[in-house]
Design a protein around this ligand. Sequence first.
Ligand SMILES: O=P(O)(O)OC[C@@H](O)[C@@H](O)c1c[nH]c2ccccc12
Length: 262
Amino acid sequence: MNILDTIVAHKKIEVTDRKAQASVKQLEAKPAFALPVRSLSDSLLKPDSTGIIAEFKRKSPSKGFIKQDANVTQITSAYTRCGAACLSVLTDENFFGGSDADLIEARTNDIPVLRKDFIVDEYQISEAKSIGADVVLLIAACLTPAEVKHLAEFATSLGLQAILELHAEEELEHICDATKIVGINNRDLKTFNVDIERSLRMAEQLPADKIKIAESGIDKIEDILLFKQNGFKGFLIGEYFMKQPDTPAAFQSFVEQLKAAE
Ligand SMILES: O=P(O)(O)OC[C@@H](O)[C@@H](O)c1c[nH]c2ccccc12
């Protein structure tokens, strides 16, 4: 079994357990469920947007611990203050060391927050809303096209936006009207290989009306400039910032360099 299959199998068991603990009605009754949603597309399309979706990630299956004791308040507030367009917060505990509590804390910032997790059931989208997320991720590699359509429409019905994550050309068939934002993952979730050129080639095949986001393995200003030239509006970056001894300072200097280069 590859790592993605392992994570998804684990996720399905977790979700079954959580469903037995809290009904959808109980999720809907949580105060955060009623919070207004902040729009990721509006944030990315602002003329002065950095486009950076800055990720809070303590560990990953490919790298192990990146920053085990990372402080979510300090890091997400610095990301926001220094110009992130959106925050991405891992909520998967087992493989990424994340939690709902991290997202709830990140939500106190006034930019959109992406719940970064492996969504296999609409229940997780209700959960995302109940902890204050504005955006959810739908990963084509673990869903059928019909599931993507259903989940994206369900997210939209709750006012949330969805990012459809693609990696391989065969996944282009997962695109539908409800998936307005498409992320191309430079990293293969089954092998962890990162290939930016491959993503650029694949992006050429996306419908022109989709908002494009480049994900993973981005660690230099030149990467962003290259993606921008190819029509990308968003850049999802985690490890590069999280692995720096001083994440807030590293983020600030990255944004300054990006602005100077433009
Ligand atoms: O840390 P990186 O290489 O900058 O990548 C961030 C983000 O793209 C990556 O964490 C990611 C992309 N798709 C995912 C799906 C699940 C979990 C994590 C991810």
